[in-house]
Design a protein around this ligand. Structure first.
Ligand SMILES: CC(C)(COP(=O)(O)OP(=O)(O)OC[C@H]1O[C@@H](n2cnc3c(N)ncnc32)[C@H](O)[C@@H]1OP(=O)(O)O)[C@@H](O)C(=O)NCCC(=O)NCCS
Length: 192
């Protein structure tokens, strides 16, 4: 497997992987155009990164991380909010409570680290071969490169593959949260 930093040309594949592989969280429900805009913003943020798995020129997995998720969302709203919101307007209108839950969540994590693994996804046909773990280790390397010594990740409590992957990379369960009402999640923390 070849891991490398994402490029602008990867954004479409990253958004597609998110849309097809991640059913938790409401970002998926906002559609791939919205996700493309969000990941383009992540890619061009100095305090965020995306690592991809490149299999003979095909982007088959990614891990995205950010130093401060609240700050990223605020920047996204200021710079992309109007266009992104316009594209996703019908879906946003149907999901107002989930929008509020998602935007409020970074402010509810108390003493937990600000830095966060935003998302990790591997194409179904590539799953189970250690790509997810390699991507998470690549994300940890990026955190360290950015001078970050601790980071968190949130995943639903029934996502056993993700929990096993994060644990294998040194994350430990620190807390339980309900990002979206009625669906329990685990917060895992990695410390260098
Ligand atoms: C989670 C995901 C990224 C893992 O990618 P992957 O390349 O398959 O992961 P790996 O091959 O590195 O395996 C990770 C661990 O999970 C374990 N695992 C895989 N499927 C599992 C399952 N259904 N139940 C329990 N453990 C499982 C593997 O055995 C491995 O643990 P091990 O090394 O101790 O054997 C991938 O399944 C995926 O894209 N899922 C959908 C998106 C998602 O849920 N992302 C995480 C939340 S943002």
């Amino acid at each position: 497997m070849t891991l490398r930093a994402a490029r602008t040309s990867d954004v479409r594949a990253i958004a597609d992987l998110h849309a097809t592989r991640i059913d938790e969280g409401f970002l998926t429900s906002l559609g791939t155009s919205f996700l493309r805009r969000l990941y383009a913003r992540v890619l061009h943020s100095h305090d965020a990164f995306i690592v991809v798995d490149d299999l003979d020129g095909v982007t088959t997995g990614f891990a995205a991380g950010v130093a401060d998720l609240g700050a990223l969302y605020r920047r996204f709203i200021v710079r992309d909010g109007l266009r992104a919101g316009f594209q996703a307007a019908p879906r946003l209108a149907k999901n107002v409570s989930r929008v509020v839950e998602t935007l409020r969540y970074p402010a509810t994590t108390g003493d937990l680290p600000e830095a966060e693994v935003l998302a990790v996804a591997v194409a179904a046909e590539r799953s189970g071969h250690g790509v997810g773990q390699a991507l998470v280790r690549g994300a940890i390397d990026e955190f360290v490169r950015h001078g970050i010594r601790t980071a968190k990740v949130v995943t639903t409590a029934d996502n056993f593959a993700a929990l096993a992957m994060y644990r294998a990379c040194g994350f430990v369960i620190a807390d339980g949260v309900e990002v979206h009402a009625g669906r329990s999640s685990e917060v895992l923390v990695w410390t260098a």
